[in-house]
Design a protein around this ligand. Structure first.
Ligand code: NDP
Length: 607
């Protein structure tokens, strides 16, 4: 019964496939790129290491991170007239994810017109609907130039400490370059894809060939660049570990150049057609002012099942959600409506049937096609879109090594071991992703201390407490941008980053303009937000439980933990934005109890 059709058989198959992959060590199975493995996180892109004297200074704002979260925050600070800010970024340039991820074939499979923020402001015209990483990286740099952010930036600089000084009502930030920056406000935005993770298998250090993580690509070894030309792989046998979003782009990009590519699969991904197109410049130029915000809102409304006035983007992402919406509507109008989860499941089974049919229609070898078929609900893992990944398995020099859910077993001096069998390779690429569930100070790798030395770990030891996922009692003038805990997020991550940046900058600008030294949300405000989170919480435990393990359900260990999808505001990002704006208009006075004037004494209410 390899291809069950009816619901009961499908469910049994899904659960059996999940059970093969559940492991007691859950997310502890991965190795951190630290200590003995810190080389895997080393920056390979810096050609001229920076030397500079340590900076000692005082600033209104410190922005930690120069990816889209930090860039949007800094751009909005400029727009708000708050110019006295410092951006501290570990990499050699702005870009964050797009600075680090330069592997061959890197692209964003969210439409560029909604993903790349500030297109109208900067005047960037994405050349394709799904832009290359290089183009997005260049756009990050253009944002940096347009808003004159380079002059405020300390690049190649890693923050080591962020400590609140109660006596001064200032954050004191220290870095690996001996800088000491005193800032009234701190906005941290390190991103969820910043902490490299490796499979916890024996033997990594013993491998005598070349090995690196996908986000630290070694072009000296492979040759070429992100758009191709890996000629130096012509005599190399390459193992790509993983079949997630990254591996799906790397595999077809290096296959034309390598002697042989072995793709090690633990769980097949959902891979649908992408249908990329060149940007129609007439269409682009005809868009009126404010078009991008409208398009972003429409996309977000569709993929979060909110009223949307019709799907404008109409792409591989929106397709599924439009189908769900139509099925729900038809169900509601039927004489005997079914329970919504049952309707959703019917749509899901049908969609996944199409996904598997697509595999069968593309991949010529029947056994390989069978192994590449995913058996789980559509949103258990991030769906992927590609017009060349599945096709790559029709090449003679690409082999799928399917582990039937067990994963890579070990690495030897000369190769990889799967199912007890060694395959000799010259190069291993870990496309094994990032620790997306880590809290901000863990991703940033700094010591964060709020009032009275409070750590986030201690604060959250008995449960998460924030206001909007952005503000924290115990951490005055501190803002988390892009955090998944009690905040908001969506597949179009830059959109939610922009919402959170707006929230932070609005509050910062008020403090700066009204000469408020420090403010802090109250514990009562955090409890109110917790109640809101609980009231709107979608019960996803059944969904999570049935899913194959992955980072979205904390590798199956989702109960009582902050899964990436589990504890965000259930009303969705657009509702979050309305709520945050309303709170800034009339909730602040109630929820912000500690303010300081020029001297650190409590003086009254935030106006
Ligand atoms: P992922 O975490 O999505 O994928 C990691 C892959 O490694 C999975 O296939 C996983 O298998 C596999 N893996 C992990 N451990 C082992 C093991 N021991 N043996 C064999 N395989 C293993 O990481 P990615 O870097 O692919 O993507 C991370 C995120 O980056 C994406 O979710 C997406 O948000 C973003 N991204 C977006 C892109 C875009 O186009 N917008 C492009 C690239 C990345 P298993 O599934 O079994 O855990």
């Amino acid at each position: 019964m390899s291809n069950p059709q009816d619901a009961a058989a499908l469910r049994a198959k899904y659960l059996a496939e999940r059970d093969k992959r559940l492991r007691p060590d859950a997310d502890a199975q991965f190795l951190e790129a630290a200590g003995d493995y810190s080389d895997f996180a080393r920056d390979p892109y810096i050609t001229e290491p920076l030397t500079r004297a340590p900076v000692t200074e005082e600033r209104d704002v410190a922005v930690i991170g120069g990816g889209f979260g930090g860039l949007l925050t800094a751009a909005k600070l400029r727009d708000a007239g708050v110019n006295d800010f410092r951006i501290i970024e570990q990499g050699g340039d702005f870009g964050g994810t797009w600075y680090w991820n330069r592997y061959p074939g890197v692209r964003c499979d969210i439409e560029a017109y909604v993903y790349m923020p500030l297109l109208e402001e900067i005047g960037t015209v994405p050349s394709e609907r799904y832009a290359t990483g290089a183009e997005i990286f260049a756009h990050c740099q253009a944002i940096g130039r347009h808003y004159r952010l380079y002059e405020n930036a300390l690049l190649q600089t890693t923050v080591s400490k962020i400590v609140w000084s109660e006596a001064e009502a200032r954050w004191v930030i220290e870095t690996d370059r001996g800088d000491r920056i005193r800032a009234r406000h701190v906005a941290v935005s390190q991103g969820p894809l910043a902490k490299v993770k490796l499979p916890g298998v024996p033997g990594i250090k013993s491998f005598k060939g070349k090995v690196f993580h996908s986000s630290r690509w070694d072009y000296d070894y492979t040759g070429g660049g992100a758009s191709g030309g890996q000629q130096k792989l012509a005599d190399k046998r390459v193992a790509v570990i993983g079949t997630g979003a990254t591996a799906v782009q790397i595999t077809p990009s290096i296959a034309p150049f390598a002697q042989h590519v072995y793709v090690v699969q633990r769980t097949p991904s959902v891979v649908g057609p992408r249908n990329n197109t060149r940007t129609d410049s007439d269409w682009f130029q005809q868009q009126g002012a404010g078009w991008q915000a409208e398009r972003m809102n429409n996309f977000l409304s569709v993929i979060t099942a909110q009223p949307n006035g019709g799907d404008v983007v109409k792409d591989c992402w929106t397709d599924f959600f439009v189908r769900v919406g139509a099925a729900m509507k038809a169900n509601a109008q039927s004489d005997a409506p079914a329970a919504p989860p049952a309707v959703m499941q019917r749509v899901d089974y049908a969609k996944m049937g199409e996904v598997r049919d697509h595999v069968a229609s593309v991949v010529a070898d029947a056994n390989t096609a069978e192994a590449l078929k995913p058996w789980y609900n559509y949103l258990c893992k991030r769906p992927l879109f590609s017009d060349d990944f599945l096709q790559a398995f029709n090449r003679d020099n690409v082999s799928l090594i399917d582990t039937d859910g067990k994963g890579l077993e070990a690495i030897t001096e000369t190769g990889i071991v799967v199912n007890g069998q060694e395959t000799a390779v010259d190069c291993i690429i870990f496309a094994t992703g990032f620790d997306v569930g880590a809290t901000p100070e863990k991703v940033g790798g700094y010591d964060l201390r709020g009032r009275e030395g409070l750590t986030l770990e201690a604060k959250w030891a008995r449960g998460y407490r924030t206001v909007h996922g952005v503000l924290l009692n115990g951490f005055p003038n501190f803002f988390i941008i892009g955090g998944h805990i009690q905040g908001t997020k969506a597949f179009n991550f830059t959109h939610t980053l922009a919402m959170q940046a707006e929230h932070a900058v609005d509050l910062i600008a008020r403090c700066v303009n009204e000469n408020i030294e420090a403010f802090e949300v109250t514990p009562e405000a955090e409890l109110r937000w917790l109640a809101e989170i609980e009231a709107k919480q979608l019960d996803q435990s059944k969904f999570n439980e049935d899913c194959t393990p992955g980072f979205l359900n904390n590798e199956g260990n989702f109960r009582g933990k902050a899964t990436f999808i589990g504890v965000t505001y259930g009303g969705g990002p657009l509702a979050w934005e309305r709520l945050a704006r309303a709170w800034r208009a009339d909730g602040v006075e109630r929820d912000v109890a500690i303010t300081y004037a020029r001297t650190p004494q409590r003086v009254g209410q935030f106006s």
